[in-house]
Write a protein of this length. Structure first.
Length: 323
């Protein structure tokens, strides 16, 4: 029997679709794909309403099963471009989730909101559930926008957001440009930047990038305004305090930081302002413990996500799609 309900009636997300197998029966990964195909119109509307759907009890607990499902329900799985975090590619379109030290929290963000090319949907799959912590908090970006002070919203609407990056050539803090763009060919990188309205220049140490985007957008299907940017995470104050201090000591010239963010007019973003935004995103976030075989589907524009600290093994996979 497959049940459909909110995981927690106190929160609008995630919406839960759960297979309750008969006693002694094994989870059936094929059941999810069959059910999904028969319910696509319902799922489309549910995702637009809640922003997140959790599929549980279907036994999607291997990279192969995850790849099979996501490729079956998506026109195209996207490969990483303009990457700003370390991940490992397992197969075409399927990656490990962000490889970030277990003792730190990964702050809330919408995937590739610093890029003109962002995925419409994200899929997360729990292969190994952590012993403690390691949740993937999710927050409704519509509610984040409503919760922010009008003066913050107005400033981001008017000034927009400028993302600044310094990608080294193979040695240094942060990512190499070869890793970020998945190529060793400078011409490929340059063509990509031109098509994506990214200002770029090669330096002695690597590649310098700058691009300006809206901080608040309208959802392409519903027209709803949503908070959609990665300003709080791009600013170096997002690092844990000890790492932030080390970065400031290592980079006396702010323009050389591996990544940074300013308003579109070049004005710096105040750390207090960014702290208020992070606080609101955390206030609106919802947590639930991962279970092995869980599959979480997000509307990447409607919902932001992060990662809590954890102990013990944890293996969460991610895939991205245009639809």
């Amino acid at each position: 029997m497959i049940t459909e309900r909110l995981l927690n009636p106190s929160h609008n997300l995630p919406f839960l679709v759960e297979l309750e197998p008969e006693i002694g029966a094994k989870p059936d990964s094929n059941a999810l794909l069959s059910w999904y195909r028969s319910k696509e119109a319902f799922l489309e509307q549910t995702l637009l309403k809640h922003g997140a759907i959790l599929f549980r009890g279907f036994g999607i607990n291997t990279p192969a099963l995850f790849a099979r499902f996501t490729r079956s329900v998506s026109r195209t799985l996207l490969d990483n471009k303009e990457e700003n975090v370390p991940r490992t590619k397992l197969t075409s379109g399927v990656y490990t989730s962000t490889e970030y030290p277990a003792e730190y929290r990964l702050s809330m963000h919408s995937e590739y909101s610093y890029s003109h090319h962002w995925p419409a949907r994200l899929f997360f799959c729990c292969i190994v559930a952590p012993q403690e912590g390691g949740e993937t908090p999710i927050a409704d970006n519509r509610e984040v926008l409503k919760g922010l002070a009008p003066e913050i919203v107005g400033e981001f609407r008017q000034k927009k957001v400028k993302y600044l990056r310094n990608l080294h050539g193979g040695k240094g803090f942060g990512l190499a440009w070869q890793t970020a763009f998945q190529t060793d060919d400078k011409e490929v990188v340059e063509n990509y930047c031109r098509k994506s309205a990214i200002e770029f220049c090669w330096s002695e140490n690597g590649l310098r990038l700058s691009q300006m985007l809206d901080g608040i957008i309208e959802h392409p299907k519903t027209g709803e305004p949503v908070w959609f940017n990665q300003a709080p995470q791009f600013h170096p104050s997002d690092y844990p305090p000890d790492i932030y201090r080390s970065i400031l000591e290592a980079y006396k010239d702010e323009s050389e930081l591996p990544q940074n963010v300013r308003f579109g007019d070049g004005a710096p973003m105040d750390e207090t302002l960014l702290g208020k935004i992070r606080g609101m995103m955390e206030e609106k976030s919802v947590l639930f413990p991962w279970q092995e075989g869980d599959l979480l589907m997000l509307d990447n524009v409607l919902v932001s996500h992060g990662r809590m600290p954890f102990s013990g093994p944890r293996k969460i996979l991610v895939a991205m799609s245009e639809n």
